[in-house]
Design a protein around this ligand. Structure first.
Ligand SMILES: C[S@@+](CC[C@H](N)C(=O)[O-])C[C@H]1O[C@@H](n2cnc3c(N)ncnc32)[C@H](O)[C@@H]1O
Length: 240
């Protein structure tokens, strides 16, 4: 598994929330996918049909832990950090960018973590196909692509339809954690959350955003935003 896998396009819809970037894989990404892809990368059909079967029984709901979803994990720093901290939880990472998949697998191997499985697919399709009998306990969307130009706003991942999909695939009382460093996208997120009526904002400040959870790792994209002086806004949402 590797060269053919990287060349394979992700099947997708006409309006997508990501750019199909040419994959620049280094040797460590390549060898991680070639040597360990069969363990960590799961086909969307297979994983969505029976999410828990993809994990060892020692983690996730079968092992007394939670089932978490991380959408658009980028290079996977936050995913690996949380997998290490929450070793009883099972984490499904969804990403379309092959070098990120390779980097995350390399880190999981290095740290001997077996509680993450990766799907390379459009998260919108993953949510649609997800087995509703295996609800998710928490979903992370850390720094989704901001699509700052007005004519691109329709490509933003967080819309009422996306919230509806997460709601339908999640357990009552579960959480959805949205974070962005683009002010305009943050206000858009806050407004669609209100419009949907499906989630409540926990611990809101005067603007209606949540105070940061102390367990959230800093991500690679976040560091770039902070270096440019961007302010990070967070919505930690509880599903009704
Ligand atoms: C701006 S980056 C942030 C990455 C990471 N979360 C971070 O904070 O460093 C957004 C990532 O989401 C991925 N992405 C965007 N839309 C997606 C979708 N519909 N399904 C899966 N991944 C998606 C992109 O490929 C990109 O790697």
């Amino acid at each position: 598994m590797c060269d053919q896998w990287v060349e394979q396009p992700v099947k997708t819809r006409s309006i997508r929330s990501f750019v199909v970037r040419r994959a620049r894989m280094n040797e460590s990404h390549r060898s991680a996918i070639r040597d360990h892809g069969d363990t960590y990368i799961i086909g969307a059909d297979e994983l969505c049909r029976a999410p828990l079967d993809a994990f060892p029984d020692t983690c996730g709901p079968r092992g007394g832990g939670r089932l978490l979803l991380e959408i658009g994990f980028g290079m996977g720093h936050a995913t690996a950090t949380l997998a290490g901290t929450w070793s009883r939880d099972a984490i499904v990472g969804v990403e379309v960018y092959p070098p990120g998949v390779g980097r995350l697998i390399a880190e999981l191997r290095e740290r001997n973590l077996c509680n993450v499985r990766i799907i390379r697919a459009d998260a919108v399709d993953v949510l649609e196909a997800w087995n509703q009998e295996t609800p998710v306990d928490g979903t992370h969307v850390f720094f989704p692509d901001p699509w700052p130009k007005k004519r691109h706003h329709k490509r933003r991942l967080v819309q009422v339809s996306f919230l509806q999909s997460v709601y339908e695939r999640s357990r009552a009382g579960s959480y959805l954690y949205l974070v962005t460093d683009w002010a305009d996208y943050a206000y858009h997120m806050r407004d669609v959350v209100t419009e949907s009526g499906l989630f409540t904002v926990e611990d809101p400040d005067e603007e209606g955003f949540s105070r940061p959870r102390d367990w959230r790792p800093t991500t690679a994209f976040e560091m770039k935003g902070l270096a440019k002086g961007h302010r990070v806004r967070e919505l930690f949402l509880r599903r009704q």
